[in-house]
Design a protein around this ligand. Structure first.
Ligand code: NAP
Length: 201
């Protein structure tokens, strides 16, 4: 069985902290590859306009170009409708029964997972690999981890990560003001954003 990391994200746009997280997760859990999966329509972000899926997907592809350890999947964008992570994991098991999946996320997600759709089905299909960034105490994270495991079963691993205060929100804000996002996103992504005139007010 190959161990594969899956990292869902709105990626609006993808930035260097996402890419570093994928690399660190691969090392931490001994993953053969990490598959980045841009979301289709996020019901939790229905209140704001998100760049169309094909453009976010294209930026992810540009970002990982030349890195054999990272791969990009379009299954959530192709599926249409709202994106639910448990459906993605179940679909991946049907497509790749030979793989074992690790769902990579920022550890903050542990505090919202109970509001996700069917968390028990997500945890039944993969190990959660939650990146600790230092903004929440380890004790609080361990308590939450124990609580989630008692409620849903499955496996949740905490992995060390850095506190990098880069967010897609801040990148969009800077772009809308005409400020530089150079080095916050890979050069190819920046060139695409500039070429297409994305994220201008
Ligand atoms: P996102 O903002 O594009 O971020 C993708 C991932 O990177 C998240 O886990 C995020 O963790 C992490 N990240 C972003 N910036 C980071 C930084 N500076 N340092 C470390 N980590 C960083 O994606 P998203 O919109 O939150 O979605 C994440 C995934 O959760 C998607 O696959 C989505 O479908 C899934 N989700 C599923 C449901 C459901 O199934 N019902 C509900 C909600 C979300 P943080 O969010 O902690 O920053």
């Amino acid at each position: 069985m190959s161990k594969i990391g899956i990292m869902g994200g709105t990626f609006d746009p993808i930035h260097i902290a996402h890419l570093m997280l994928a690399e660190w997760a691969a090392d931490a859990a001994g993953l053969e590859q990490v598959w980045l999966i841009p979301t289709g329509q996020s019901y939790m972000k229905a209140d704001r306009s998100i760049l169309p899926g094909n453009e976010r997907l294209h930026m992810v592809r540009l970002a990982i170009d030349g890195n054999d350890r990272l791969k990009c999947l379009d299954l959530e964008i192709k599926r249409g409708g709202y994106t639910y992570s448990y459906e993605t994991v179940e679909e991946l098991h049907e497509l790749y029964p030979e793989h074992q999946f690790y769902f990579i996320e920022g550890a903050d997600c542990l505090f919202t997972m109970e509001n996700w759709k069917c968390p028990e089905r997500l945890l039944a299909g993969c190990t959660i690999l939650a990146a600790v960034r230092g903004d929440v105490s380890i004790q609080k994270l361990e308590e939450k981890r124990t609580e989630l495991l008692a409620r849903y079963g499955g496996e949740i691993q905490l992995m060390p990560f850095l506190q990098i205060s880069i967010s897609s929100t801040e990148i969009r804000r800077r772009l809308s003001c005409g400020e530089s996002v150079r080095y916050m996103v890979p050069d190819k992504v920046l060139q695409y954003i500039q070429h297409m005139g994305l994220y201008h007010e």
